[in-house]
Design a protein around this ligand. Structure first.
Ligand code: AMP
Length: 289
């Protein structure tokens, strides 16, 4: 497994692989790796000749400096996990490698209204920073395939728009959310929860499932949202939002018939840790209830 910090070393290596005509899969991460990240690696390895993983905690997508400061950076165990997973190269840049000092260039991409609701509303500027770094990473790695998790559905939808709008030559693949035994979506942030809160947080998953079931049974969308908010308000849970949106446009829905793919998304603060999750109701393949 190669480990590169500098962009020109990455480019040399990539050029060399390209000469051999190999298909490159790419998994961008912020480190503190868990089974969710490793499932993306497994999917990439299954359909690519080479897999590249980046670990970069992107300061531009954090609007809360305390959240950035507290973001875990267990680099040695991350590298061990990646080595054991059989990937080919890790890109481990410093901030200056991604954003050279004095470089004021910004991508010409407007994520539009989909970046202003849900996470975009509670974390202003988050998606602009996220799209900027993913664009820079794609420019450096030039992968054929990009693997991202359903866990961050809004992020996935905005990168899908970035790729379409800028005609980027990469295939985007969404990988399913990997969960703990009680249904809690795996996240680097889960480690900051007390054992009790971590157990209790399984309620996010049950609430999402119940919301999907209620929609299938014909409950009014507004009522589904309110019921879910109420369920997530119990105890010391503090929900930021529950939204039911169109999977393509991310526009909030008033009626289940308005979209082919419906996503129930939520964000909840527990012990000061902000957790997000979502579930998809796809009419094409029935539901995943
Ligand atoms: P992050 O390190 O949080 O930026 O996540 C890197 C990638 O891993 C993103 O595409 C996430 O959507 C994905 N990811 C994070 N958690 C999970 C999970 N529990 N299941 C599947 N993918 C995940």
């Amino acid at each position: 497994m190669f480990i590169f910090k500098r962009v020109h070393h990455v480019r040399q290596w990539i050029d060399h692989q390209r000469e051999k005509g190999l298909i490159i899969g790419f998994v961008p991460t912020m480190g503190a790796l868990h089974q969710g990240h490793l499932s993306l690696v497994t999917e990439s390895r299954a359909s690519s000749d080479l897999t590249v993983v980046s670990i970069f905690v992107n300061p531009r997508q954090f609007n809360d400096s305390e959240d950035l400061r507290q973001y875990p950076k267990p680099i040695e165990s991350d590298l061990r996990l990646l080595y054991e997973s059989g990937i080919d190269m890790v890109f481990l840049p410093d901030v200056d490698d991604i954003y050279p000092p004095g470089d004021i260039h910004r991508i010409a991409f407007d994520p539009g209204p989909s970046a202003l609701i849900m996470e975009g509303h509670f974390r202003p500027g988050h998606f602009e920073g996220m799209a900027e770094v993913v664009h820079r990473l794609l420019d450096i790695i030039t992968p054929d395939q990009l693997f991202m998790g359903q866990k961050d559905f809004q992020q996935f939808a905005i990168i899908r728009k970035l790729i379409r709008d800028l005609h980027l030559p990469v295939r985007l693949i969404m990988c399913p959310t990997i969960r703990e035994e009680n249904g809690l979506a795996m996240s680097s942030r889960n480690a900051r929860l007390s054992p009790e809160a971590r157990r209790e947080a399984g309620r996010i998953y049950t609430t999402l499932r119940e919301s999907l079931e209620a929609m299938v049974q014909g409950m009014d969308i507004r009522q589904v949202r309110e019921t879910a908010m109420e369920a997530l308000r119990q105890g010391y849970f503090d929900p930021d939002y529950v939204e039911i949106v169109d999977g393509q446009s991310l526009e909030p829905l008033l009626h289940i018939d308005q979209a082919e793919e419906i996503i129930v998304c939520c964000a909840v603060k527990i012990e000061g840790v902000r957790l997000i999750d979502n579930m998809i109701l796809s009419k094409a393949n029935d539901s995943n209830v």
